[in-house]
Ligand binder design. Structure first.
Ligand SMILES: Cc1ncc(C[n+]2csc(CCOP(=O)(O)OP(=O)(O)O)c2C)c(N)n1
Length: 344
């Protein structure tokens, strides 16, 4: 894939524009930027709350991976579904979740998406099609295949997108699920967000193939590589896979090459990668900076417009944290409630 428009593609001003500028109007393009800011600031807010001792346990931040989450979800409807990973805040927001209820879940409060029982790693929001994050590496992939089988059997026309990290591509569940989705031509899009590392182990040390997209050949489905930090490239590959799934042509494996700025989790001391490597990604490949520069180049927004979005998101995040702080904690006597499905 390349981020450039295909030769011969028309555009309003005579130039060939990348995919998203041909597909979406200005309001939708600005909304994509707002969501990218919302993800970043949600995670910065989460990090600060953690540092202040407002939440317990650990968390996994996806700062640096915002274009991947937002671009992949741009072509999905509310009825389409996703499954996510332990690094799932971005997917949740990209699919339309409310940050107030996400913070509340993060803080373990009753107003959270899972009434405070799930925490950071188990946020689900079925109203926007989010079947849930998952603490088990690769755990969401078979769930997505099951949901896609349901969609096919019930002829709903819905697509399921499954996000996972590079570490998951060496799990048995990944291979079983891709095989099953391929033989049954299920409407599922497999999205491997390759941020270079599974905890402290680099992809080169853990994975026999150079590109994870190469795994697709074994299951007779397209394997597509995208620059996960360029919104338009992500959205274009995602749209093609969604269209293919909806048309009954079966699954696609997309490898989104990206990077996480923060450590694996809060206990990570970053000893397996250099400061220079992190800085190189932050300074020259930041997904938000790249998208903002493009929007300004194409005259879709100016610096003041970007600042307005940033400030509006800042207010939303502050309100979300305040809402979570003020919300009640579950009562000890009710702790076991909502953990298992009640018999009908
Ligand atoms: C089945 C299983 N094995 C091991 C772990 C411990 N673990 C949690 S996250 C992680 C690394 C996952 O890396 P990757 O899939 O690349 O995702 P990333 O953290 O890079 O987003 C591991 C090994 C787990 N949660 N589940």
């Amino acid at each position: 894939m390349t981020g450039k428009a295909k030769a011969g593609t028309a555009s309003a001003n005579g130039r060939n524009l990348p995919f998203i500028y041909r597909r979406y109007d200005h309001a939708q393009l600005r909304e994509a930027l707002r969501k990218m800011h919302l993800i970043r600031q949600f995670e910065e807010g989460a990090e600060e709350s953690y540092m202040r001792g407002l939440i317990h346990g650990t968390m996994h931040l996806s700062i640096g991976q915002e274009a991947s989450a937002v671009g992949m979800c741009m072509g999905l409807t509310n009825e389409d579904q996703i499954t996510s990973t332990h690094r799932g805040h971005g997917h949740c927001i990209a699919k339309g979740a409310d940050v107030k209820r996400m913070f509340a879940e993060f803080f373990g409060k009753t107003t959270g998406y899972c009434r405070g029982r799930g925490g950071s790693m188990h946020i689900a929001d079925v109203s926007t099609g989010n079947l849930g994050a998952n603490g088990i590496v690769g755990g969401g992939i078979p769930i997505a295949v099951g949901a896609a089988l349901t969609a096919k059997k019930l002829k709903t026309g819905n697509v399921v997108m499954s996000f996972f990290g590079d570490g998951a591509n060496n799990e048995g569940a990944f291979h079983e699920a891709l095989n099953m989705a391929a033989i049954w031509k299920l409407p599922v899009v497999f999205v491997c967000e390759n941020n270079g590392y599974g905890m402290s182990t680099s992809v080169a040390r853990s994975t026999a193939v150079k590109d994870i997209a190469d795994r697709a050949a074994a299951y007779d489905m397209p394997g597509v590589i995208v620059d996960g930090n360029t919104l338009s490239e992500v959205a274009e590959a995602s749209q093609q896979a969604i269209d293919r799934a909806r048309a009954g042509e079966g699954p696609t494996l997309i490898e989104s090459k990206t990077y996480r700025y923060r450590g694996h989790s809060k206990s990570d001391r970053n000893r397996y990668r250099s400061k220079e490597e992190i800085e190189e990604w932050m300074n020259s490949r930041d997904p938000i900076a790249l998208y903002e520069a493009e929007l300004m180049e194409f005259g879709i927004i100016d610096r003041a417009g970007i600042e307005a979005i940033h400030d509006e998101v800042e207010r939303e995040i502050a309100e979300g944290i305040e809402f979570a702080k003020q919300s009640p904690a579950p009562e000890i006597a009710n702790l076991e409630k909502y953990v298992y499905t009640e018999p009908a």
